[in-house]
Design a protein around this ligand. Structure first.
Ligand code: GDP
Length: 525
C-alpha cells in the first residue's frame, strides 16, 4: 500500500483516559472533544455519562444504549492527527472491561486530582498499563483548587506507582492564587487569567520572564523559579525513549473545568504519544504498516437495539486497512466472514464506516459469532494475537433458571452474556451446576436484570461470597479433591479451577496436596 496509507496509520493516536472516579475524566474528555471539534457544547458528554451508575440506572442506560456506545469510542481530527479516545467505565465493578480496553490502546492518559493525589482505582489501572509497557502521560487536575504541593505529587508518583516523572510544566501557585503554568517544553509561561493576547509570555535564555512583569511581583513566581531550578538540577532528564517504553511519565498540570492547560496538554501529548505499534502474535510481530488486514475483538456490547437483539463487537485494527464488505478469517473458528455491517464512532453519532486503518476501532455487527479476544485476519497467513489477560473473579453465585420450562432461553442468555466477558461461567465437576464469577456485585445485578429483560429468563441466584480462584498447571487433578472449602469447577474452556473459601483454605490445600501446582493467571504478567 502507498504512502497515503502509511501517513494515515502514523497519524493515529489511540488512547484511554484512566483515573479514580471524580478526578475529572469526563470533564477532560469533553474539553478534548471540544478542541477536536467533535462536539459543539460543553455538557454533552456529561449528560451521556455512563460511568457512575447504580443498578437502578442500568435501565436508564438501556434506553440510551445507542448513546452510551457511541461515547465508548470517540474519534476526532486535531491538526494532522486522527485521535481515537476509548472510554472506560468509571464504576470499579466494571474494571475488567477497562482492563481489556487498555489492551486496545497505544498509550494512556492518567488524571490525578491534585488534592487527592494517587487513589486506589488509579493504582489498579496503572498496573495494567505497566504490565503492557504502554506510555503513560499524567495530567494533574484541579489546579484552580488548593491541592497538594507539586513536589509532593511527583514523589507520590514515584513512591506509590514506582514510575519516574518529568514535569512538562509546573504550576505557579494554586487554588485562589493560581497564576498559571511555567511551560518547560514550550519555554513560556501560560497565564491562568490572561487575556488571549497575553496568555503566553515567552521566557528568555535563563528561563525567566524578561524585564518587568506583574507576575514577577508575586512571591509565587520566585518560588516556581526555585523549584524549576531544582527540577533542572536534580530531576529526571526527559527521554523520549523512556516515555515510549512506559518508564517515564511526562506530567502536565492544569484545570480541566476551567479549560486551562488542556490545549497545551493535547498538543504536546499528540507529539509524544505513539502511533500504532507492532503487536505480538502466534507468528511474531505484526507490523501496523503491513498490507494484510488484522485486528482483534476487545469488547462486545449486546443488544444495542432491543428490538433487534443485535450486538456490536469492537475491533482494534492492528494492521492493514479495513474496507466495508471485505472477507476476513477468524482463525478460532476456521471460518470466513464478510464484514458488511460496520460502524465507526463519533462523539455524537454512529455512522457507517467504509474504511479504517491500523489504530482505529470499528464496530462490527454481531449475531453471536465473535468472542472477546478473537483475531480477524485476511490473506493466507492465519495467526492469532496474544491472548487478552483473563481477569480473576472474586465473587461467585450459583445460578439456575427459575422456571424449568425456560431452560432454553436461560442457556442462551448465559452463553451470550458470558461472551461479553463481564461475567465468567463455571460448572461444578460431577454435579454440573452453573456458577458465575465477577469482580463486583453490580455485575450480577445487571446480569439478573438483563436475563429477565433481554432473554425472558428469570434466574435464581445463591450468593457464595468471595473466593480465591486458582487454575492448575497441566490441568490434571483428582476430582475427588473437591470439597466445599476448595470447590473444583471447570471454566468455559473446560479447564479445571479451584475456588477456595479463603486464604487459609488455599494454604491448607497446598500443604496437603503439594503435587497440585496452582496458579493465578493475573500473576503471570
Ligand atoms: P470523573 O468521575 O473522573 O469523570 O470526573 P468528572 O469529570 O465528572 O469530575 C468530577 C467533579 O470534579 C465534577 O464536579 C467536576 O466539575 C469537577 N472538576 C473536574 N475538573 C475540575 C477542575 O479542573 N477544577 C475543579 N475545581 N473541579 C473540577
Amino acid at each position: 500500500m502507498g504512502n497515503n496509507f502509511k501517513n494515515e496509520v502514523l497519524s493515529r493516536r489511540t488512547f484511554a483516559i484512566i483515573s479514580h472516579p471524580d478526578a475529572g475524566k469526563t470533564t477532560l474528555t469533553e474539553k478534548l472533544l471540544l478542541f477536536g471539534g467533535a462536539i459543539r457544547d460543553a455538557g454533552t458528554v456529561k449528560a451521556k455519562k455512563t460511568g457512575k451508575f447504580a443498578t437502578s440506572d442500568w435501565m436508564e442506560i438501556e434506553k440510551q444504549r445507542g448513546i452510551s456506545v457511541t461515547s465508548s469510542v470517540m474519534q476526532f481530527k486535531y491538526n494532522d492527527f486522527q485521535v481515537n479516545i476509548l472510554d472506560t467505565p468509571g464504576h470499579q465493578d466494571f474494571s475488567e472491561d477497562t482492563y481489556r480496553t487498555l489492551m486496545a490502546v497505544d498509550s494512556a492518559v492518567m488524571i490525578i486530582d491534585s488534592a487527592k493525589g494517587i487513589e486506589e482505582q488509579t493504582i489498579k489501572l496503572f498496573k495494567v498499563c505497566r504490565m503492557r509497557g504502554i506510555p503513560i502521560f499524567t495530567f494533574i487536575n484541579k489546579l484552580d483548587r488548593q491541592g497538594k504541593a507539586p513536589l509532593e505529587l511527583l514523589a507520590e508518583l514515584e513512591e506509590v506507582l514506582g514510575i519516574e516523572s518529568y514535569p512538562m510544566n509546573w504550576p505557579i501557585g494554586m487554588g485562589k492564587e493560581f497564576l498559571g503554568i511555567y511551560d518547560r517544553y514550550y519555554n513560556r509561561v501560560e497565564q491562568f487569567r490572561g487575556n488571549e493576547e497575553d496568555r503566553f509570555i515567552p521566557l528568555n535564555e535563563d528561563g525567566e520572564i524578561e524585564g518587568e512583569h506583574k507576575l514577577k511581583t508575586s512571591g509565587l513566581y520566585d518560588q516556581t523559579i526555585e523549584e524549576i531550578m531544582l527540577l533542572n538540577e536534580a530531576g529526571n532528564e526527559f527521554s523520549e525513549k523512556r516515555v515510549a517504553n512506559g518508564t517515564l511519565t511526562p506530567v502536565f498540570f492544569g484545570s480541566a473545568l476551567t479549560t486551562f492547560g488542556v490545549q497545551t496538554f493535547l498538543e504536546t501529548y499528540l507529539q509524544f504519544a505513539p502511533a500504532p505499534k507492532a503487536r505480538n502474535s502466534s507468528i511474531g510481530e505484526i507490523d501496523p504498516l503491513s498490507d494484510q488486514f488484522s485486528g482483534f475483538v476487545f469488547k462486545i456490547q449486546a443488544n444495542m437495539n432491543p428490538a433487534h437483539r443485535d450486538r456490536i463487537a469492537f475491533v482494534r485494527i492492528c494492521s492493514g486497512k479495513f474496507e466495508r464488505g471485505m472477507t476476513v478469517n477468524i482463525p478460532r473458528l476456521g471460518k470466513q466472514l464478510k464484514l458488511s455491517q460496520s460502524t465507526s464512532f463519533m462523539a455524537e453519532e454512529r455512522s457507517t464506516v467504509e474504511e479504517a486503518v491500523s489504530g482505529d476501532i470499528i464496530g462490527l455487527y454481531d449475531t453471536g459469532t465473535y468472542q472477546i479476544g478473537d483475531t480477524l485476519t485476511t490473506g493466507k497467513n492465519d495467526f492469532q494475537f496474544e491472548k487478552l489477560p483473563q481477569f480473576t473473579p472474586e465473587l461467585f453465585v450459583r445460578v439456575s433458571a427459575k422456571n424449568v420450562m425456560k431452560q432454553k432461553s436461560f442457556y442462551k442468555g448465559i452463553q451470550q452474556l458470558v461472551q461479553e466477558g463481564a461475567i465468567q461461567l463455571y460448572k461444578t465437576v460431577k454435579t454440573d451446576e452453573y456458577l458465575l464469577g465477577a469482580v463486583g456485585q453490580l455485575q450480577f445485578e445487571v446480569f439478573e436484570h438483563r436475563m429477565k429483560n433481554e432473554y425472558n429468563a428469570e434466574v435464581l441466584m445463591e450468593h457464595l461470597g468471595s473466593k480465591i480462584t486458582r487454575w492448575i498447571e497441566n490441568d490434571t487433578v483428582d476430582e475427588n479433591l473437591s470439597s466445599s472449602r476448595s470447590l473444583l469447577v471447570k471454566d468455559r474452556y473446560d479447564h479445571y479451577v479451584f475456588l477456595f473459601e479463603n486464604d487459609f483454605a488455599l494454604r491448607w490445600f497446598q500443604d496437603k496436596n503439594p503435587n497440585v501446582k496452582l496458579y493465578n493467571p493475573m500473576d503471570q504478567h
